[in-house]
Design a protein around this ligand. Structure first.
Ligand SMILES: [Cu+2]
Length: 209
């Protein structure tokens, strides 16, 4: 089950896109928001308290659920609730939360030092504590999953305080692509996070972080 384990831990910034999707395509079960046009409400919103007290019945609900990770979880909760086949005895939203914390650590706190090598990049990704744990879970998993993607050769090697990630190719265009993407662009390559987050929330991986 190496590939599934790999999928568990892939990192990147896709969670932000997921969160955006969460409120961009609000779930069908939700009651429609107040139909008033946003600009008008924004305008009135200059004095929010006065607006609330004054215009009875015209209250508008915000659409943003909160932080991106919170929104990503909320989207999944809605999906699970909309699916009559959801097995609630297996649902594991804490596993998803821990993974989203990994994604946060990797995206916002890991330090990376890229070095140009023949055919691509070698990147030292380092951190401490919770950040180090996230690096150790996500970088090797990403390398295992992405090896062969677009003809790339991806390899992760343990460092005392992180992982060394090497991504190379033979095609000159792909070499430029890899170097241009750099660490976080590489980690965000592929679209594994969305299906993996849903599977993780459904408890389909059978273990917790
Ligand atoms: Cu993810």
């Amino acid at each position: 089950m190496a590939s599934i384990r790999s999928l568990m831990a892939i990192g990147g910034v896709l969670v932000a896109a997921g969160a955006f999707a969460a409120w961009a395509q609000s779930p069908p079960a939700q009651p429609p928001m107040d139909a008033g046009p946003m600009p008008m409400h924004r305008h009135e919103g200059m004095m929010p308290m006065a607006g609330h007290a004054g215009a009875a019945g015209s209250a508008t609900l915000p659409t943003a659920p909160g932080q991106d990770a919170f929104g990503a979880i909320q989207e999944i909760v809605h999906m699970l609730e909309a699916d009559p086949g959801t097995d609630w005895s297996k649902v594991d939203l804490e596993a998803l939360r821990q993974h989203l914390i990994d994604m946060n650590e990797l995206t916002l706190k890991a330090a990376e030092t890229p070095k140009v090598v023949d055919g691509g990049l070698e990147i030292a990704v380092i951190g401490e504590g919770r950040t180090l744990a996230a690096i150790q879970r996500m970088v090797p998993a990403w390398a295992a999953t992405m090896n062969g993607h677009k003809g790339w050769t991806t390899k992760a090697t343990a460092l005392p305080n992180g992982e060394s990630l090497t991504v190379t190719a033979t095609d000159p265009g792909e070499i430029r692509h890899i170097r241009g993407l750099g660490f976080i662009g590489l980690m965000a390559s592929g679209s594994h996070h969305q299906p993996h987050h849903l599977a993780m929330a459904r408890g389909e991986f059978g273990h917790k972080h």
